[in-house]
Design a protein around this ligand. Structure first.
Ligand code: UDP
Ligand code: MG
Length: 340
């Protein structure tokens, strides 16, 4: 076992060997990044499909698999494969860090000189799209993202995604394309920029849009998960949605200010009405129910407002800690094991 060369421990640490974009022949043209968390049932099917497509095209390709703290035997399969086949670089994280962070670790380790493809490990994103995406990249697009034409998932999940992407688009200050996830092919340049972005709560599809350059969407049909259960729990999906909204929109905080202005205006009008009643009609106080209702309503509004501010404060809190985004246990690169 060796200690990894070139490894640094800044916030978004770069792992191991890095191709900086020079066309050095030691490095592949394309890297395919696949995060895996307990995907033992799909693993061989995934690698078969990857090998098939890679063997059928005239490009040099490496596959970067990230083990996000699996406990079902995926880890062992990954070791075995990477020690046999130098096309596979495997990163083993110290624990389950979550999909976005696993992707981040993968992007920090890729050695590709031209572009990087990101896919899910459950074969919902067909790796066979690589040639089409690569062509679009060759035409000058720095980001080629996949847009879901159809989604073969449960009605509830489909509806939630549908609504979420439309909400995000309407309130975000950047142009995040509708119905596109992290499945994409991005240029080496964009990867380098992503690797320099130290934000802790990551929403990679948003960060990718924020970067800019020429971006293009390619339609595809999203398949069902090949096997096993989704690893994103509802709680985690909600957290991801929060990251999308709070990291790429000022809307929630603006909403509070507007609510404040609105309530002050309404209460001023109410005050004037009450004063007129008192002065001109000498009306006795009325409206116990109205009072109760207002108190309850505005206590609620205040609590929500505090929560919204809390979301932003929480993000600052986690960011200022400046912890590394992930911890790598070890890595297999060109059939050799490195201890990070
Ligand atoms: N994944 C991961 N870490 C996690 C959760 C998921 O690396 O904590 C991987 C998972 O193995 C899969 C991909 O991320 O390859 C997408 O996960 P999943 O299929 O559960 O997400 P969904 O398709 O439901 O959005
Ligand atoms: Mg999936």
């Amino acid at each position: 076992m060796k200690s990894s060369p070139n490894s640094t421990s800044v916030n978004t640490q770069l792992i191991g060997h890095q191709a900086s974009g020079d066309n050095s022949s030691n490095y592949p043209q394309i890297s395919i990044v696949v995060p895996l968390y307990n995907e033992v049932e799909t693993f061989t099917h995934l690698t078969d499909r990857l090998n098939q497509i890679i063997d059928s095209i005239n490009l040099s390709v490496e596959v970067v698999l990230i083990d996000d703290g699996s406990s079902d035997g995926t880890t062992e399969l990954m070791y075995q494969l990477a020690l046999e086949n130098e096309r596979y670089q495997c990163i083993f994280l110290s624990r389950n860090h979550g999909h976005q962070i696993a992707l981040t670790a993968g992007l920090a380790a890729v050695t590709a000189t031209e572009a990087v493809m990101i896919i899910d490990g459950d074969l919902q994103d067909p790796p066979e799209l690589l040639p089409e995406m690569y062509n679009a990249y060759k035409e000058g697009n720095e980001v080629v993202y996949a847009v879901r034409k159809k989604r073969k998932e449960s009605g509830f999940k489909k509806l939630s995604y549908y609504l979420f992407y439309r909400l995000l688009k309407s309130i975000s200050y950047i142009n995040i394309p509708l119905d596109s996830g992290d499945f994409a092919l991005i240029s080496r340049r964009v990867v380098n920029i992503l690797n320099k972005m130290p934000e802790e709560s990551r929403f990679i599809r948003g960060m990718r849009s924020w970067i800019g350059f020429r971006q293009i969407g390619i339609e595809y049909e999203r398949h069902e998960r090949f096997a096993g259960q989704p690893k994103y729990s509802i709680k985690r999906l909600i957290r991801l949605a929060h990251n999308g909204i709070f990291n790429f929109s000022e809307f929630p905080i603006k909403l509070i200010t507007n609510l404040g202005i609105m309530t002050i205006s309404i209460s001023l009008i109410y005050l004037v009405i009450t004063l007129i009643n008192k002065i001109f009609y000498n009306d006795v106080p009325r409206g116990f129910t109205a009072l109760l209702f207002t108190i309850i309503l505005f206590s609620g509004v205040q609590l929500i407002s505090l929560g919204v501010i809390g979301e932003y404060v929480l993000r600052i809190f986690f960011q200022v800690k400046n912890r590394p985004l992930f911890i790598v246990k070890n890595r297999v690169y060109k059939k050799e094991v490195f201890n990070e």
